[in-house]
Design a binder for this molecule. Structure first.
Ligand SMILES: Cc1cc2nc3c(=O)[nH]c(=O)nc-3n(C[C@H](O)[C@H](O)[C@H](O)COP(=O)(O)O)c2cc1C
Length: 187
């Protein structure tokens, strides 16, 4: 009985880091093989022992910066919901959900909205983190909370400059540790 209880408790306490991140040419970092947000996502997963799941758009965004920002702008203006690859993970298995994305035109990329519409996230606590080149989280966490009122979107999200995430591992480690500690999710 006791072992069943503790097994259930361990299961309930599981965390997952879900993120979207773009590779190729980007502002300030040149051409990158691993996205800036991906680096932060992996550090959060490393520290918390969380599972990791990448939101991959079904139709790849252009590797070149200019066409990429143009498509992102068009999707935002039209409130498009671009499809992602595969099936969203079953969030009912997780107590804590971290959600990472780059700040795109002051918003979370539209494919992140597609993800939240498909995933059964109602009642879940979601901890957003983003990388950016000056806008921080902006109103991304507020907008997600507004769009998904049944999801508990933590407003004290983590924002890290993209070029810092890409190039300064120590700074990422420090920022992630401080954020998790501030949220009471890590000692
Ligand atoms: C389509 C697009 C739009 C962007 N819009 C903004 C923005 O509005 N504000 C900002 O600070 N950075 C903006 N950036 C920069 C990204 O947020 C930044 O480079 C981020 O670290 C990229 O993360 P990733 O490598 O995980 O995709 C934009 C980048 C792209 C490609």
């Amino acid at each position: 009985m006791l072992s069943t209880l503790s097994a259930n408790a361990a299961e309930a306490a599981k965390s997952i880091v879900i993120y979207f991140s773009h590779t190729g040419e980007n502002y300030s970092v040149g051409v990158i093989q691993e996205g800036n947000t991906a680096k932060v996502a992996k550090e959060i997963a490393r520290v918390t022992g969380a599972d990791l799941w990448e939101i991959k758009e079904a139709e790849p965004y252009p590797a070149k910066y200019k066409p990429c920002i143009e498509r992102a702008k068009k999707e935002l203006q039209a409130k498009e919901r671009p499809a992602f690859q595969g099936t969203a993970p079953d969030l009912s298995k997780y107590e804590t959900v971290f959600l990472g994305y780059p700040n795109w035109w002051g918003e979370a990329p539209m494919v992140v909205y597609t993800f939240l519409e498909k995933a059964k996230a109602d009642g879940k606590a979601i901890y957003p983190f983003c990388t950016h080149e000056g806008s921080g989280l902006g109103s991304t966490a507020r907008n997600l909370a507004r769009a998904f009122p049944k999801v508990k979107v933590e407003q004290n999200g983590l924002a890290i400059y993209g070029h810092v995430a890409q190039k300064d591992e120590a700074a990422v480690k420090k920022a992630v540790a401080e954020w998790l500690k501030g949220l009471g999710l890590q000692k």
